[in-house]
Design a protein around this ligand. Structure first.
Ligand code: NAP
Length: 259
């Protein structure tokens, strides 16, 4: 299926590894010009080169912290008028809420709520003027079913979800859609570090915790960044213009709700 987005420009945040990388690769494969952002230059350049050689797409790398004003300005200086924006940043650390101070909450809300809102603010009116825009926010299934050790994520992402629910209904008449993708367990560095923290908190071997998490999933496996990227590319497609304000769960069926 031709997704109808060849030639569009895409800004993909937090994309040197994991889910962001999967999204950048899928959009590049569809012919988008892709700008990827991450803090560490080495892995970022490697990923940019891998995407170029796999897809032949134009890929620009911006080494910046997307949660800072300077980082957002650097990304937007390179990709001034994106047609597609994939919002992503590192997830907050796991822990017990009794140990978190105001600064911890501010950092989580900054990264996982305010940063995506500011980036949308910077680009959405241009999308409206051009009559095409796709925004995908990478959030988490913790928005639907809280994960006990990820209280910072549960809270901060719920705030973004509430805001998007309103804005997405204002922009869709201009063919600008805004949706959230909610990953369950995907095989990335982030998942591995969460499993390490769980094993430590429960004083259990890592292998045992990993196997328990894997077999608890109806699919009996973790998701891959490639399949996550494919879902993102579809939400960014020309065909997806009537889908907005949705929270699409990708979790192998782990969330047990009927609806
Ligand atoms: P990952 O494999 O650890 O990759 C994170 C990527 O984000 C890296 O490229 C990292 O590069 C970049 N990054 C982190 N902080 C950044 C910042 N401040 N500015 C710019 N780039 C930044 O993580 P992932 O699994 O893809 O997770 C992506 C998001 O999905 C996270 O918010 C995570 O909490 C959420 N999530 C993941 C899962 C899962 O199972 N994987 C499940 C639910 C939710 P640098 O470190 O070099 O900046």
């Amino acid at each position: 299926m031709d997704l109808g987005i060849a030639g569009k420009s895409a800004l993909v945040c937090a994309a040197s590894k994991g889910l962001g990388r999967g999204c950048a690769m899928a959009l590049a494969r569809e012919g988008c010009k892709v700008t990827i952002v991450a803090r560490t230059p080495g892995p970022l350049e490697t990923t940019a080169e891998e995407i170029r050689s796999a897809t032949g797409a134009e890929v620009t790398a911006v080494a910046a912290d997307i949660t800072t004003a300077d980082g957002q300005a650097a990304a937007l200086a390179v990709c001034q008028a994106p047609d597609i924006l994939v919002n992503n940043a590192g997830g907050p650390p796991p822990g017990n809420f009794r140990d978190w101070e105001r600064e911890d909450w501010i950092a989580a809300v900054d990264a996982n709520m305010i940063t995506p809102i500011l980036l949308i603010k910077a680009v959405v009116d241009g999308m409206i003027e051009r009559g095409f825009g796709r925004v995908v926010n990478i959030t988490s299934t913790s928005v639907k079913a809280p994960i006990p050790i990820l209280g910072l994520s549960n809270g901060a992402r719920a705030g973004l979800t509430g805001f998007i629910a309103g804005l997405a209904r204002e922009t869709v008449r201009h063919n600008v859609t805004i949706n959230n993708l909610l990953p369950g367990p995907f095989d990335t560095d982030r998942l591995r570090s969460t499993l390490v923290a769980t094993a430590k908190a429960q004083n259990r071997p890592l292998e045992e915790v990993t196997e328990a998490r894997r077999t608890a999933n109806p699919a009996q496996r973790f998701g891959t960044a490639e399949e996550f990227g494919d879902a993102c590319a579809y939400l960014c497609s020309a065909q997806a213009s009537y889908i907005t304000g949705q929270n699409m769960v990708l979790d192998g069926g782990a969330y047990p709700g009927t609806l």
